[in-house]
Design a protein around this ligand. Structure first.
Ligand code: AMP
Ligand code: ZN
Length: 287
């Protein structure tokens, strides 16, 4: 496909996703969670291009050169595109780096993956920062490949309950402390995002996170890429058919969706103690 045609189609698809799923309302103030990678940079670029009110949030995960490079890149991108950038460090927020948390939990017999711990920490920071900075929407760079993998992984693990949290908008529970999350690149294929960000010459590195050793996700990713060669629309089919039944899944698991507040930190939580406080408590006992 010619470059101009590709760009036009790509942008149209993102716009259509935003409109079809009513991701954004007039007057919304959107904080885009930016890792410095191609997906979230593309999401930020397009939301700005479509004239929405956006600012960016970078969470420094303190992963050496990888984090430094990503921070430099998002700083450059935001300054070139006149977007305000907020940045926070995981150590300032929690006092620990992900790898440290992982190693202590492992020594205590908890088999929680690095990516899971990192995800819990990032989600907590994103929600809290968006709220403190008075944004009413939080956007991420999740793409079609991410979503197809997650649906398939949940299915393979028999964990359909976790699917209730998926979809192009999540966290729609009406609660002042919970900022709704949106995924404008929900129907964008990873390879198209790569092509788009290369054409646009975004300052991004295309390396994977050095800590990401989620072998199960990687195997599912490789598997889907393999069957895609025979069935080119397999990822889109998984996601499109999934969202048709998503309202029923959400309805079914509604009672489990009830939001409480963590007894320790007061953040929204599904249990009496939130995941972060649970982890931090384990670490405290370590000292
Ligand atoms: P991941 O959890 O790495 O799959 O990333 C999912 C989404 O979370 C990305 O598309 C970003 O929107 C956001 N994100 C990931 N890492 C960071 C980070 N270090 N700072 C801010 N947002 C992030
Ligand atoms: Zn808590």
């Amino acid at each position: 496909m010619r470059e101009e045609e590709f760009i036009e189609n790509f942008e149209k698809q993102v716009k259509k996703t935003i409109e079809d799923f009513e991701l954004i309302s007039k007057g919304d103030k959107i904080l885009v969670a930016c890792s410095g990678g191609k997906d979230s940079t593309t999401a930020l670029y397009l939301l700005k291009k479509f004239n929405y009110r956006v600012e960016a949030l970078f969470i420094d995960l303190l992963l050496g050169e990888y984090s430094k490079k990503n921070y430099e890149n998002i700083k450059k991108f935001c300054s070139e595109n006149e977007i305000k950038l907020h940045s926070v460090s995981i150590r300032d927020e929690f006092g620990y780096k992900v790898c440290y948390v992982h190693s202590i939990l492992k020594s205590k017999g908890y088999r929680i993956k690095n990516c899971t711990i990192c995800g819990v920490m990032k989600r907590n920071i994103m929600n809290r920062k968006a709220r403190e900075l008075k944004f009413n929407k939080l956007a991420t760079g999740h793409n079609l490949d991410d979503e197809a993998q997650t649906i398939f992984m949940n299915f393979l693990q028999g964990n359909l309950m976790l699917c209730a949290k998926l979809g192009p908008k999540t966290g729609q529970i009406m609660d002042d402390k919970f900022i709704p999350r949106i995924k404008p690149l929900y129907f964008s294929m990873e390879r198209d995002i790569t092509r788009y960000s290369e054409i646009k010459k975004f300052p991004v590195i295309y390396e994977k996170c050095p800590c990401a050793i989620d072998t199960f996700r990687l195997e599912v990713k490789n598997y889907l890429n393999e069957i895609e060669k025979e069935y080119p629309k397999v990822k889109e089919d998984i996601v499109r058919n999934f969202i048709k039944i998503l309202p029923k899944i959400k309805e079914y698991y509604k009672s489990d969706e009830k939001l409480k507040y963590c007894e320790i930190c007061g953040e929204p939580s599904r249990k009496d103690i939130c995941k972060i406080c649970f982890i931090l408590n384990l670490l405290k006992n370590e000292k």
